[in-house]
Design a binder for this molecule. Structure first.
Ligand code: TXA
Ligand code: MG
Length: 344
């Protein structure tokens, strides 16, 4: 049930899917979901990073219900999804770095933080004078935004603090009938949340959350050095992205990280390797891995689904191999999510 209980939010979309609450992105369904959003309902949307819980960004009441459904503190601002640079300029004061980055990386997994205009409701930005903007490249999200011609606020579609969803079933597993509209976009292509880059500071741009687009790629495009949030911890930067702080993305099962070989332990633990260990050819029992080949993109795609699966299995603990500190790009993002997940 959506918090905004208009009649529309109880209607059934025209084309049914294989399971309850999950519907295919047919043209008729996308039109229906656009109307549902306009009526103030919440719709879970696929993106190339993770699934999002979307509401019309310019409708404060609908945005408020996202916080309620997720159990998210009102001080944690939402990302606004747009159709492109033109829509971004209606919501924020853009700058040359924004133009260059959006030209190269949009649509895609890069969220840019800019000074906001008065058009953006305070609930979306948690009262800040900045707004986080992203143009998703998943076809269903892009098509929906094109029909709406209006921005969508969408945090990841997980209960606050839990692992983000990379499959439509992850959303229904967490929320059941509280999110009755989930658009089925299949498994997420990237599987980790977008890179968040703050372009509002007086100094160099700062990566507040690492993602598939790394610092060196960004730096090359804007011709400026880029600072990583990890390097500036202690300078109060975490306060800029409250939801990226401390424990986050955590499964219920306690996680211990290791590099190299895991220490011996009692039974009841599951072990996750980054790459399939030699001599293992199935992921039965207690040994699992995130990739066959060691490709970081494959690890990223598999991570959240595996953490959720192991949570269901009731292991006493999960021991997980973590990429090294010198990694960059998506491997750095995998490391970041694992460190947060392991924090208790
Ligand atoms: O890939 C993604 O970014 C996904 C998909 C659905 O687009 N969305 C996502 O949203 O991960 P969420 O809300 O789970 O994470 C957004 C993060 C939060 O930690 C929030 O604090 C931060 O972005 N954020 C949003 N607006 C901000 C702002 N104005 N300044 C600093 N941080 C901001
Ligand atoms: Mg999130």
């Amino acid at each position: 049930m959506t918090a905004d209980s208009t009649d529309f939010c109880r209607k059934a979309p025209p084309d049914r899917g294989a399971s309850s609450f999950i519907y295919p992105p047919t043209p008729a369904n996308l039109k229906f979901f656009a109307e549902a959003l306009k009526a103030g309902c919440i719709v879970a949307i696929p993106t190339e990073t993770v699934y999002g819980l979307a509401a019309m960004a310019l409708n404060p009441k609908a945005c408020r219900s996202i916080f309620a459904i997720k159990g998210r503190p009102l001080m944690d601002p939402l990302i606004v999804h747009v159709t492109g640079r033109e829509m971004a300029e209606e919501l924020a004061y853009v700058n040359p770095s924004f133009q260059k980055l959006a030209e190269v990386f949009w649509p895609g997994p890069l969220t840019l933080i800019l000074k906001k205009r008065g058009t953006v409701p305070d609930i979306v930005t948690a009262g800040r004078d900045t707004v986080a903007l992203r143009m998703p490249r998943h076809a269903a999200a892009a098509d929906l935004l094109k029909i709406l011609q209006s921005p969508l606020a969408a945090p990841s579609a997980n209960p606050f603090g839990y692992v983000s969803p990379s499959l439509p079933s992850h959303v229904s597993d967490s929320f059941g009938s509280r999110v009755p509209f989930i658009i089925d976009g299949g498994p997420c292509e990237i599987g980790l949340e977008s890179t968040i880059l703050d372009l509002t500071g007086p100094g160099m741009p700062v990566i507040l959350r690492p993602g598939a687009i790394g610092a060196s790629e960004i730096s090359k495009v804007i011709g400026l050095p880029v600072q990583s949030r990890l390097e500036v911890i202690g300078e109060n930067i975490p306060a800029k992205a409250p939801g990226t702080m401390a424990r986050h993305y955590s499964p219920k099962t306690r996680i211990h990280l290791f590099e190299g070989e895991p220490a011996a332990c009692e039974s009841g633990a599951a072990t996750i390797y980054l790459k399939r260990p030699a001599g293992k050819d199935s992921d039965k029992d207690t040994v699992f891995w995130l990739s066959d080949s060691g490709d970081p993109a494959e690890m990223a795609r598999a991570l959240f689904a595996l953490l959720r699966k192991l949570d269901e299995k009731g292991f006493e603990e999960i021991r997980c191999e973590v990429p090294g500190i010198s990694e960059s790009g998506v491997a750095e993002a995998v490391r970041d999510r694992l460190i947060r997940a392991a924090r208790q």
